[in-house]
Design a protein around this ligand. Structure first.
Ligand code: SF4
Length: 373
């Protein structure tokens, strides 16, 4: 890591507003396709506090997975990280490294990938190599980053398989991925991601393909391991129930932007952005009337090839203010001075740039139809 810090100049931006493992600033990622440019990330900013779990939530296509892949310099072509900063600070004593400035094939980023930052992918059957045993795949990461001693790597592989709750880890280490059940394959993925005790773990929908019982076990396991090892987790999911169970803080994404950030309690008990409110209304609730229908968010996300001039939520927003929302992009603002709770919406003071004259008709609409209540 010392080599990395030496080669990549620390960014002038500091991480001194809290103890964060990662701070992403105004990240833009585009995909250059034959049909046009898809702006997958449109200025994403958030931070992951050390030792905490940050949930990244939103509908499919909002940019959650691309954000995770960007941190590891794994955005697939024709995608390109255009601008922004991804400041990674392995521990408090070291200067942050801007991962965006590293070459995706360089020794520096390979030293970080799998070692200081681990990743659990959504579908273990396509992420584990079918030609190698589970043990060999875990040992490979340990041999590459931790120790050249093969016997020690084997011991560590078996140890981490035991930690993730595998019965008879010595036997499992000699199994190929196809010999394991879905839940065991996901545990093997978690073991591989944690084998080098990373500072940050990126978990991209790690329980989506599992049944609810196995999902509950995997979530318990991740929470236990997180408290034992102290790893920070970036937990990508579209499932608000999983967020409530796993996360300390939440960033809600919509069309390549973070539209609301807050603690998990603030998101569930005091959501501000109309999109967050709609997301919460679309999940089942204990105590709801028996035949009550779940609400769905009407409409769909805008065409990713089109460029949106104002807020991207208007076609679906119950609090839409014509002449303002569709014309002016809301800025991120704090809720009542709480710097941990921020929102991007013209309903809140500070989101509308001061240079913008608010049409009188819009003000009336806002006060009458605040969908964020
Ligand atoms: Fe966007 Fe306006 Fe709705 Fe806020 S009120 S989410 S700015 S459309």
């Amino acid at each position: 890591m010392a080599d990395v810090a030496a080669k990549v100049q620390p960014s002038p931006a500091s991480m001194d507003d809290g103890d964060n493992v990662v701070r992403v600033e105004d990240l833009h990622v585009n995909f250059y396709t034959t049909l046009g440019v898809v702006r997958a990330l449109n200025g994403v900013s958030f931070n992951i506090p050390r030792g905490k779990v940050l949930g990244i939530v939103g509908e499919s296509g909002c940019g959650k997975s691309i954000t995770g892949l960007s941190i590891l310099q794994l955005v697939p072509p024709p995608g390109k990280m255009v601008s922004g900063k991804i400041l990674f600070q392995e521990d408090r004593t070291q200067a942050p490294v801007d991962l965006l400035q590293t070459d995706r094939h360089s020794r520096e980023i390979r030293e970080i990938r799998g070692n200081q930052i681990g990743m659990i992918f959504q579908e273990p059957m396509t992420s584990l190599n079918p030609c190698y045993t589970v043990g060999a795949q875990i040992e490979e990461a340990v041999l590459l980053h931790q120790t050249p001693d093969k016997a020690e790597a084997r011991r560590r592989a078996i140890d981490i398989l035991q930690k993730v709750g595998m019965p008879n880890p010595e036997r499992i280490a000699d199994n190929f991925p196809h010999q394991l059940s879905g839940g065991m394959r996901q545990r093997a993925m978690i073991a591989m991601a944690l084998s080098c005790t990373p500072t940050l773990l990126i978990a991209d929908e790690p329980t989506t393909a599992l049944d609810v019982t196995t999902e509950a076990q995997i979530l318990d396991l991740m929470r236990d391991l997180q408290s034992q090892i102290g790893t920070s987790i970036m937990f990508i999911t579209h499932n608000m129930g999983v967020v409530a169970q796993m996360c300390d803080e939440v960033a809600v994404m919509y069309l390549g932007r973070v539209v609301e950030r807050a603690t998990v309690d603030e998101i569930f008990y005091d959501p501000k952005h109309p999109y967050t409110v709609s997301l919460l209304r679309s999940i089942p609730r204990l105590g709801a009337r028996r035949h009550e229908r779940l609400e769905s968010i009407k409409g769909s996300i805008p065409d990713p090839y089109s460029s949106v001039s104002g807020c991207p939520f208007p076609p679906r927003c119950p609090a839409f203010m014509p002449g303002l929302c569709d014309m002016v992009l809301p800025e991120e603002t704090s809720i009542a001075g709480n710097t941990h709770h921020t929102v991007r919406c013209h309903l809140y003071p500070g989101s509308t740039p001061s240079s913008v004259n608010i049409p009188a008709s819009s003000v009336g609409t806002a006060s009458n139809s605040n969908g964020a209540g």
